[in-house]
Design a protein around this ligand. Structure first.
Ligand code: MG
Length: 417
């Protein structure tokens, strides 16, 4: 199967109350026309795209689409959409056996919708995307008086790309009565010729730019597409909300004899332990601050104050778990956490894997995302004199949601266990 697309761009947008043609309206620096064609160009299942332009705009359209790799031709259209699509169809390379006809004014079509249409064509021979009608539908007479309420269960608002096997589409064009009012879409043409056409799942955001009001909606939809890639990873949509962020944490606790030593969620046998209000796990505390810092949230002391009795003796892995959920609430996922422990004694090596496991479990991420190493302080300073243990941690996070960090993180109330 070889899929080709026809993009009729010769129509006049009479409902678009702006002096410029709607197809040349720019959203995020690229025209609606270019974006619509690029949606097809970017789809791996589409081999060729033919664009149909008005005769007086041919140069303009050529300039607008410069460098779009799969554009196999730009041809001049006819007076109706039907004529234009037919002209495009004739210009598609021989090898194309499946045709998608896509409105030049639908720039927000997603790969999922294109996939669904192609799958529909494979199964039924012709398919178009649609979304169910949500509102109650009435039919009125010429005076506006209701004649009937139409059952909406099987009503669809249809979109493009409209897909069909090339042979079916060409046959439907041949059988079209030149004297009759031309159909307004390809499905209408196929229906008239008696071919079955399936409706597959469309996308409410696959809006056709018709009125100026649609422009706001499309700007929102396209900005959202660009923030989140198909892989679910954040992208820079130029909206000022970064797709990746980094947080840094640092903590020190004092060592005292005869106290249990907790490091990275592991009870480490040693003559001394760290003292603090919680279990004094300096590693978990540094990780916690790195996570909170990545989304601009205030530090561990604000969330879990040492004046709060409920935090006394508390396992610090709970702080990390809460900090990870702050990150997720802000629309990010944890990419990795890297940790450097500074301790003269005890040796950390034997407990490294257990610590990575405990920190990964607390943050609810795979253990491969945790780096952990330790160093002595060459007998220098408070670490060298074994008065305390220090820890640094860095966390990177990546965007997963369409909203960015809210002020809530900055203003959030401390947790209670
Ligand atoms: Mg601390």
């Amino acid at each position: 199967m070889t899929v080709g697309a026809v993009v009729p761009a010769a129509g006049r947008g009479t409902r678009y109350a702006r002096s410029e043609s709607k197809l040349f309206t720019r959203i995020g620096g690229r025209s609606v026309l270019r974006r619509s064609v690029e949606s097809l160009d970017a789809h791996e299942g589409v081999a060729d795209v033919v664009v149909v332009a008005a005769g007086n705009e041919l140069d303009l359209v050529e300039r607008e689409l410069a460098g779009v790799a799969k554009v196999a031709g730009i041809v001049v259209g006819g007076p109706t959409r039907c004529d234009s699509v037919r002209a495009g169809l004739n210009a598609l390379p021989e090898r194309v056996d499946t045709v998608l006809v896509h409105d030049a004014a639908r720039p927000a079509v997603t790969p999922a919708v294109i996939d669904a249409v192609i799958a529909g064509v494979v199964r039924w021979g012709a398919a178009i995307p649609g979304v169910p009608v949500a509102d109650t539908v009435k039919r009125t007479d010429a005076d506006g008086l209701i004649q009937e309420t139409v059952l909406r269960e099987r009503l669809w608002l249809v979109q493009t790309p409209q897909g069909a096997r090339r042979s079916i589409l060409e046959s439907a064009y041949r059988s079209l009565d030149p004297a009759a009012e031309p159909p307004t879409d390809e499905a209408g043409l196929l229906e008239r010729a008696g071919f079955p056409v399936a409706v597959v799942e469309g996308d409410p955001e696959n809006v056709k730019l018709t009125t100026v009001a649609d422009l706001n909606r499309l700007e929102g939809a396209l900005a959202a597409h660009e923030r989140i890639g198909p892989d679910g990873m954040g992208r820079d949509g130029g909206d000022g909300i970064p797709p990746y962020r980094t947080g840094f944490g640092y903590d020190v606790h004092r060592l005292a004899e005869g106290v249990p030593l907790w490091l990275g969620g592991v009870r480490v046998p040693h003559s001394h332990g760290l003292i603090g209000h919680s279990d004094a796990d300096v590693v978990m505390h540094a990780v916690c601050d790195a996570l909170l810092g990545s989304v601009g949230a205030p530090d561990i002391g604000t969330w879990f104050p040492n004046t709060d009795e409920c935090n006394r003796g508390r396992a610090s892995r709970e702080f990390v778990a809460q900090a990870a959920s702050v990150v997720r609430r802000e629309g990010y996922e944890i990419g990795n956490i890297d940790i450097a422990i500074q301790a003269e004694r005890p040796r950390i090596g034997p407990y490294r894997e257990a610590m990575r496991q405990a920190i990964a479990a607390a943050a609810a991420i795979p253990v491969g995302r945790i780096g952990l190493k330790a160093t002595t302080n060459e007998r220098l300073g408070f670490v060298g004199r074994e008065e305390g243990i220090g820890c640094w941690a860095v966390a990177s996070v990546y965007r997963t949601a369409q909203s960015g960090p809210s002020d809530q993180a900055a203003m959030g109330r401390p947790f209670r266990a």
